[in-house]
Design a protein around this ligand. Structure first.
Ligand code: AMP
Ligand code: ZN
Length: 143
Protein backbone atom coordinates (compact mmCIF):
# COMPACT_ATOMS: atom_id res chain seq x y z
CA UNK A 1 0.00 0.00 0.00
CA UNK A 2 1.37 3.44 -0.99
CA UNK A 3 2.00 6.20 1.50
CA UNK A 4 -0.89 8.42 0.33
CA UNK A 5 -3.49 5.64 0.46
CA UNK A 6 -2.30 4.71 3.97
CA UNK A 7 -2.79 8.37 4.93
CA UNK A 8 -6.24 8.43 3.29
CA UNK A 9 -7.27 5.30 5.26
CA UNK A 10 -6.05 6.93 8.44
CA UNK A 11 -8.05 10.12 7.75
CA UNK A 12 -11.17 8.13 6.78
CA UNK A 13 -11.00 6.14 10.02
CA UNK A 14 -10.17 9.15 12.16
CA UNK A 15 -12.76 10.27 14.70
CA UNK A 16 -11.91 13.91 13.84
CA UNK A 17 -13.08 13.45 10.23
CA UNK A 18 -16.65 14.74 10.85
CA UNK A 19 -15.16 17.71 12.69
CA UNK A 20 -12.86 18.53 9.77
CA UNK A 21 -15.81 18.19 7.38
CA UNK A 22 -17.95 20.48 9.59
CA UNK A 23 -15.21 23.15 9.72
CA UNK A 24 -14.73 23.00 5.93
CA UNK A 25 -18.51 23.23 5.44
CA UNK A 26 -18.68 26.30 7.71
CA UNK A 27 -15.79 28.04 5.92
CA UNK A 28 -17.47 27.28 2.56
CA UNK A 29 -20.88 28.59 3.77
CA UNK A 30 -19.27 31.79 5.11
CA UNK A 31 -17.46 32.49 1.84
CA UNK A 32 -20.79 32.17 -0.02
CA UNK A 33 -23.07 33.87 2.54
CA UNK A 34 -24.67 37.09 1.26
CA UNK A 35 -25.07 38.61 4.73
CA UNK A 36 -21.40 37.91 5.56
CA UNK A 37 -20.55 39.73 2.34
CA UNK A 38 -22.78 42.69 3.28
CA UNK A 39 -21.23 42.92 6.77
CA UNK A 40 -17.75 42.86 5.22
CA UNK A 41 -18.68 45.53 2.64
CA UNK A 42 -18.22 43.07 -0.24
CA UNK A 43 -21.87 43.26 -1.37
CA UNK A 44 -23.75 46.56 -1.65
CA UNK A 45 -26.55 47.25 0.81
CA UNK A 46 -28.25 50.35 2.24
CA UNK A 47 -26.41 50.18 5.55
CA UNK A 48 -27.88 52.23 8.42
CA UNK A 49 -25.65 51.20 11.28
CA UNK A 50 -22.52 49.17 11.96
CA UNK A 51 -20.40 48.55 15.03
CA UNK A 52 -17.95 45.90 16.20
CA UNK A 53 -20.69 43.26 16.57
CA UNK A 54 -23.64 44.03 14.30
CA UNK A 55 -24.67 45.58 10.99
CA UNK A 56 -28.13 46.95 10.12
CA UNK A 57 -29.40 47.61 6.60
CA UNK A 58 -32.67 48.05 4.68
CA UNK A 59 -34.32 44.82 3.53
CA UNK A 60 -34.20 44.45 -0.26
CA UNK A 61 -37.91 43.48 -0.40
CA UNK A 62 -39.60 45.51 2.36
CA UNK A 63 -42.77 43.99 3.85
CA UNK A 64 -43.81 47.36 5.36
CA UNK A 65 -42.81 51.07 5.10
CA UNK A 66 -39.85 50.33 7.39
CA UNK A 67 -38.12 46.97 7.09
CA UNK A 68 -34.59 46.73 8.47
CA UNK A 69 -32.40 43.68 9.10
CA UNK A 70 -29.97 43.57 12.02
CA UNK A 71 -27.31 40.88 11.65
CA UNK A 72 -24.21 39.74 13.54
CA UNK A 73 -21.02 40.65 11.65
CA UNK A 74 -19.74 37.13 12.32
CA UNK A 75 -21.40 34.20 10.57
CA UNK A 76 -24.00 32.50 12.77
CA UNK A 77 -26.45 30.45 10.71
CA UNK A 78 -29.50 30.70 12.98
CA UNK A 79 -30.76 30.82 16.57
CA UNK A 80 -29.97 27.08 16.65
CA UNK A 81 -26.28 27.95 16.42
CA UNK A 82 -26.13 30.45 19.30
CA UNK A 83 -23.90 29.70 22.28
CA UNK A 84 -24.01 31.19 25.81
CA UNK A 85 -20.96 33.22 24.72
CA UNK A 86 -23.16 35.02 22.16
CA UNK A 87 -25.41 36.64 24.77
CA UNK A 88 -23.74 40.08 24.47
CA UNK A 89 -24.10 39.88 20.70
CA UNK A 90 -27.80 39.02 20.90
CA UNK A 91 -28.29 41.90 23.33
CA UNK A 92 -26.54 44.25 20.90
CA UNK A 93 -28.86 43.13 18.08
CA UNK A 94 -31.84 44.18 20.21
CA UNK A 95 -30.41 47.49 21.42
CA UNK A 96 -29.40 48.37 17.84
CA UNK A 97 -32.97 47.55 16.72
CA UNK A 98 -34.41 49.66 19.54
CA UNK A 99 -32.27 52.67 18.56
CA UNK A 100 -33.09 52.30 14.87
CA UNK A 101 -36.82 52.03 15.70
CA UNK A 102 -36.53 55.35 17.53
CA UNK A 103 -34.57 56.97 14.68
CA UNK A 104 -37.19 55.76 12.17
CA UNK A 105 -40.00 57.25 14.28
CA UNK A 106 -41.51 53.85 15.14
CA UNK A 107 -41.06 54.21 18.86
CA UNK A 108 -44.50 55.51 19.74
CA UNK A 109 -46.80 53.42 17.54
CA UNK A 110 -44.70 50.30 17.91
CA UNK A 111 -43.11 47.79 15.58
CA UNK A 112 -42.41 44.11 15.19
CA UNK A 113 -39.15 42.22 15.72
CA UNK A 114 -38.99 38.81 14.03
CA UNK A 115 -36.34 36.09 13.93
CA UNK A 116 -37.30 33.32 11.49
CA UNK A 117 -35.55 30.04 12.22
CA UNK A 118 -35.26 27.01 9.94
CA UNK A 119 -37.60 25.86 7.16
CA UNK A 120 -40.79 25.86 9.25
CA UNK A 121 -39.89 29.31 10.57
CA UNK A 122 -39.57 30.60 7.01
CA UNK A 123 -35.84 31.38 7.21
CA UNK A 124 -34.49 31.85 3.69
CA UNK A 125 -31.07 33.39 4.42
CA UNK A 126 -28.94 31.15 6.64
CA UNK A 127 -27.22 33.96 8.55
CA UNK A 128 -28.97 35.02 11.76
CA UNK A 129 -31.01 38.21 11.31
CA UNK A 130 -33.51 40.24 13.27
CA UNK A 131 -36.27 41.83 11.16
CA UNK A 132 -37.34 45.28 12.39
CA UNK A 133 -40.68 45.97 10.70
CA UNK A 134 -42.99 48.95 11.18
CA UNK A 135 -44.71 52.03 9.86
CA UNK A 136 -48.16 50.43 9.63
CA UNK A 137 -50.44 48.32 11.83
CA UNK A 138 -49.69 44.62 11.40
CA UNK A 139 -51.80 41.51 11.52
CA UNK A 140 -50.55 38.33 13.14
CA UNK A 141 -49.14 36.18 11.69
CA UNK A 142 -47.75 37.80 8.55
CA UNK A 143 -47.73 35.64 5.42
P1 AMP B 1 -35.81 35.39 6.16
O1 AMP B 1 -36.91 34.94 5.24
O2 AMP B 1 -36.21 35.57 7.57
O3 AMP B 1 -34.58 34.52 6.02
O4 AMP B 1 -35.42 36.84 5.67
C1 AMP B 1 -34.45 37.11 4.72
C2 AMP B 1 -34.65 38.54 4.29
O5 AMP B 1 -33.48 38.95 3.62
C3 AMP B 1 -35.82 38.75 3.33
O6 AMP B 1 -36.73 39.68 3.90
C4 AMP B 1 -35.15 39.28 2.07
O7 AMP B 1 -35.93 40.26 1.43
C5 AMP B 1 -33.85 39.86 2.61
N1 AMP B 1 -32.75 39.91 1.68
C6 AMP B 1 -32.30 38.92 0.89
N2 AMP B 1 -31.21 39.32 0.21
C7 AMP B 1 -30.97 40.60 0.58
C8 AMP B 1 -29.99 41.58 0.24
N3 AMP B 1 -29.02 41.30 -0.66
N4 AMP B 1 -30.06 42.79 0.81
C9 AMP B 1 -31.02 43.06 1.72
N5 AMP B 1 -31.97 42.19 2.09
C10 AMP B 1 -31.96 40.99 1.53
ZN1 ZN C 1 -22.96 34.65 6.97
Amino acid sequence: MGRSSRLRRLVDASPIRPLVAAVLRKVWNMSECIFCKIAAGRLPARILYQDDLVTAFHDLHPAAPVHILVIPNRHIASVNDLDPGDEALVGRMFTAARRLAQEMGLHENGYRLIVNTGPHGGQTVLHLHLHLIGGQPMKYPMG
